[in-house]
Design a protein around this ligand. Structure first.
Ligand code: ZN
Length: 194
């Protein structure tokens, strides 16, 4: 385990951001662990440190200039902004419209031929990041790489582009139908709902 990896996990534990229990994730899967990155990122100095480190790792795996960082709201907003600041490029975000479809709104423009990096806070299934990658590709831009503070898939998620994470964990995530905590009658919590 590298010192950076240890620092990242330490930050989550120190700020109470690594929750244990029975959670319904954004993906719909159930899990005994939840990484509430908002509790780390509420400290701007931690956000800056993590963003700078992610930017450094991304520079190592990408060749040539980057034009913009794009993140899915809400989870990717703060860390994506910090990565963009560290890289000295624009920061744009996607959000879900009224029919839950991920979209680029607010007049944000991505020009064909631009080189983009996609940043999320935590990758579980990679679903949100994939949606952003598709939106960027639809506009004729090239996604050079993707990054996240945490990869909780144990490295299993394949986004079709090079990917980095400051910390890789294997936290179980179950379909609700096969969730052992549901089977045990444990009430499920949607993190952030209280
Ligand atoms: Zn469950």
């Amino acid at each position: 385990m590298s010192s950076t990896t240890q620092r990242t996990l330490d930050l989550f534990e120190k700020t109470g951001a690594y929750l244990k229990g029975h959670f319904r994730l954004t993906s719909g899967l159930h899990s005994p662990g939840y990484l509430q990155s908002a509790l780390v990122l509420e400290y701007p100095e931690h956000a800056e440190t993590l963003g700078r480190e992610l930017a450094r790792r991304l520079r190592d795996i990408t060749n040539g200039p980057v034009d913009a960082v794009v993140s899915p709201a809400l989870g990717g907003l703060i860390i994506g902004h910090e990565v963009a600041r560290a890289l000295g490029v624009r920061f744009l975000f996607t959000e879900r419209d009224t029919d839950r479809k991920m979209a680029l709104r607010r007049g944000f423009a991505i020009t064909p031929g631009e080189h983009v990096i996609v940043i999320e806070d935590v990758i579980t299934t990679g679903g949100s990041t994939k949606e952003v990658i598709d939106i960027v590709a639809d506009r004729g831009a090239k996604v050079l790489a993707a990054g996240s503070i945490i990869d909780r898939s144990g490295g299993a998620v394949d986004l079709g582009v090079p990917r980095v994470a400051l910390e890789t964990l294997s936290v179980p995530a179950w379909d609700p139908a096969t969730c052992p905590l549901c089977a045990a009658g444990e009430p499920v919590v949607k993190p952030g709902s209280r």
